[in-house]
Design a protein around this ligand. Structure first.
Ligand SMILES: *Cc1c(COP(=O)(O)O)cnc(C)c1O
Length: 357
């Protein structure tokens, strides 16, 4: 049976990425060697790294003055790298979910943290709209897409201090005005490629302003100087990122991707909003185009387990909601085809029609 992969992360990859990666695992570009067994400093892998960095810059329209890194450690490593590199006295954070809280926890180890606004009062079901960013903060940190709670910041904010964004789960899902950010980082395993690598886009001139002695592996400047090869990079994972970016470029880039994503999310939210059985958990204006969270309405709560097994029997994978929200979460990242969204909708409608009360 065909599987429809709604997993939150690691998540679905474009079929061509999987096919091209499996070829490169056997033989990288006719070199006679696997991408897994060549030197990261040899010309074959250097070409992969260079092309991946160049494509990422091209697709996201990264302006001059910014560097792109691909590093081990995923998004979570950046939770501590950001304060290590930028936090001298005080940082400002927007608290919009589990990942934001984890980032805050690391920053508090190195300085004062000013939480400018939080949506904890309503279980992170919305993005706070009005708040002041203190102009004496060293930086302002946001999580643009809250993977667990299904909320998303749909615009690039203006900030009086360098803005740092965790874009793990919405990178390349829409055009972004990079010039508004000091750092954008994330893990690759949602929208960009296989697990094992993280990306960082960083404006160079915000570095070098803290007094502390930064451990080399946590120092962005050292990784920049070494072109993401201060230590051995996760070569295979970097390869998958390059392949995903080629796929995205071929498809028309992030502008085109945004239209497709809005279409997919619109289809699913429409069904949820018109259902007697299901209800969305996020406030409408804060809804994510990447992670669609929904539960059964009160009258139908007892059917959640039934729906999960019904959907699973029809090939739906990964739709169980995170325990902090419950119900269901359909992650509909870039690579998830519209056919899979339609398949989920069909399953929801069929289930509801048979059990309407
Ligand atoms: C998945 C996720 C993370 C964690 O990523 P790792 O690469 O596992 O560290 C952090 N932030 C957000 C928004 C995520 O979706």
């Amino acid at each position: 049976m065909k599987k429809h992969n709604f997993s939150a992360g690691p998540s679905i990859l474009p079929r061509t990425v999987i096919e091209n990666t499996s070829k490169a695992v056997l033989d990288l570009n006719g070199s006679g060697l696997s991408v897994m067994e060549i030197s990261h400093r040899g010309k074959d892998f250097q070409a992969v790294m260079d092309e991946t960095v160049a494509l990422f810059k091209e697709i996201l329209n990264v302006p001059d003055g910014y560097e792109v890194l691909f590093l081990h450690g995923g998004a979570s490593m950046n939770f501590c790298m950001v304060p290590y590199n930028l936090l001298q006295r005080k940082a400002a954070y927007l608290e919009t979910g589990t990942w934001a809280k984890k980032a805050i926890k690391e920053a508090k180890k190195l300085g004062d943290v000013d939480i400018v606004a939080s949506s904890a009062d309503k279980n992170f079901s919305y993005i706070p709209k009005s708040f002041d960013i203190p102009s004496d903060a060293d930086y302002f940190h946001i999580t643009t897409n809250n993977t667990i709670f299904g909320t998303e910041l749909h615009e690039d904010l203006d900030s009086p201090v360098p803005m740092v964004a965790d874009m793990s789960s919405d990178i390349c899902s829409r055009p972004v005005d990079i010039s508004k950010y000091g750092i954008i980082y994330g893990g690759a395993q949602k929208n960009l490629g296989a697990a094992g690598v993280g990306f960082v886009i960083i404006r160079k001139d915000i570095l070098g302003k803290v007094d502390r002695d930064i451990p080399s592996m946590l120092d962005y400047s050292i990784h920049i100087e070494n072109g993401s090869m201060f230590n051995t990079p996760p070569c295979l994972a970097v390869f998958t990122v390059g392949e995903t970016l080629k796929w995205l470029k071929e498809l028309g880039g992030v502008g085109e991707m945004q239209k497709i994503n809005q279409g997919k999310a619109g289809m699913l939210y429409d069904v949820i909003d018109n259902s007697k059985m299901f209800i969305g958990t996020a406030e409408k204006t804060s809804r994510s185009f990447m992670n669609v969270c929904f539960v059964m309405r009160e009258d139908y709560k007892d059917l959640e387990a039934d729906f999960l097994s019904f959907a699973t029997s029809r090939g739906m994978v990964g739709i169980k909601g995170h325990r902090s929200v419950g119900g269901f979460r359909a992650s509909i990242y870039n690579a998830l085809p519209v056919e899979s969204v339609q398949a989920l909708i069909d399953v929801m409608k069929e289930f509801e029609a048979a059990r309407e009360r």
